[in-house]
Design a protein around this ligand. Structure first.
Ligand SMILES: Cc1cc2nc3c(=O)[nH]c(=O)nc-3n(C[C@H](O)[C@H](O)[C@H](O)COP(=O)(O)O)c2cc1C
Length: 266
């Protein structure tokens, strides 16, 4: 395998959930945001909103970036050129999610190169109305994800990933194959158990309803965690659509028709 500093940073990256209180300097923050901004974009639909209120941040991280899908800004640029949006919100959001996400990941890599650690936080879309209020976001801006960032106060090993043949397919999607499924699940479960990841994090998703607990930290690992999350949470699409509506997005309709040119009254 090839080796160099960029690859090392990418291959050894891990989420950081303990931070030193030291606040990164302005030049560091600016470099990280410049690197984020330089990510590929569809329409520069990503922007970042920085908070330095460490006491209020997850993991008391000194920096918290809220990554925004910023359609408001694009529509201002369009309006300045005399254009009104016709693209539907679903399409716009799919592009905006990409722009904001690639920007965020560039920021993660830049932070790593400068000795900082980071952790994505994925809940903003599901409490978007609250975040909109907190940061005075205008309509047509959607908080996609947050990035906690700062100098690491921990150095965990990189976390496991599926084996490469379970990730890279060539030519066509492979036939379902039980043996490679089980091998991939074993890599994930044994890898997380070897790090004692869930016990150290104190995280075991509860079984909803009256179901009796079937696991303990000795055998609770990644595949069970995934099953419990994606098998129990976020079941109501209306609740998600409501958050989007609160931010001025309508995923089920098209753009409002531009008003007809005014006809002279008879
Ligand atoms: C979209 C997204 C949402 C995430 N949300 C959270 C979160 O709410 N809390 C958290 O501690 N980590 C969160 N993470 C970090 C993941 O848990 C982490 O990336 C994953 O477990 C793999 O670990 P690693 O980053 O150390 O390789 C999130 C990551 C992504 C990409």
């Amino acid at each position: 395998m090839q080796e160099n500093a960029v690859l090392k940073s990418l291959l050894e990256r891990k989420s950081i959930r303990r931070y030193k209180p030291d606040v990164p300097g302005e030049d560091v923050i600016e470099t990280i945001v410049r690197a984020g901004r330089q990510a590929p974009f569809a329409a520069q639909l990503g922007s970042a909103l920085l908070s330095r209120e460490r006491e209020r941040h997850p993991f008391k991280a000194p920096l918290l970036f809220t990554m925004l899908v910023d359609v408001h800004r694009l529509e201002r640029v369009m309006a300045a050129r005399g254009w009104a949006r016709k693209s539907c919100d679903l399409a716009t959001l799919l592009f905006g999610i990409q722009d904001a996400a690639y920007m965020a990941q560039n920021m993660v890599t830049a932070a790593d190169a400068l000795g900082l650690g980071s952790c994505f936080l994925g809940m903003p879309p599901f409490r978007a109305a609250e975040i909109k209020k907190e940061y005075a976001l205008p309509d047509r801006v959607f908080p996609l994800v947050q990035l906690a960032m700062g100098y690491p106060a921990e150095d965990p090993p990189p976390r496991p990933r599926y084996p490469l043949p379970f990730t890279l397919y060539e030519g066509r999607y492979p036939e379902d194959d039980q043996a490679s499924l089980e091998a991939a699940m074993a890599v994930m479960d044994e890898g997380y158990l070897a790090q004692d990841y869930y016990r150290k994090a104190g995280v075991m998703v509860k079984l909803e309803g009256k179901a009796e607990e079937t696991h303990h930290f000795g055998n609770y690992s990644w595949t069970e965690h995934m099953g419990r999350k994606w098998g129990q949470w976020l079941t109501d699409p209306q609740a998600v659509l409501e958050q989007l509506r609160a931010c001025g997005f309508d995923l089920t309709g098209g753009a409002e028709q531009a008003p007809e040119e005014e006809q002279p009254r008879s």
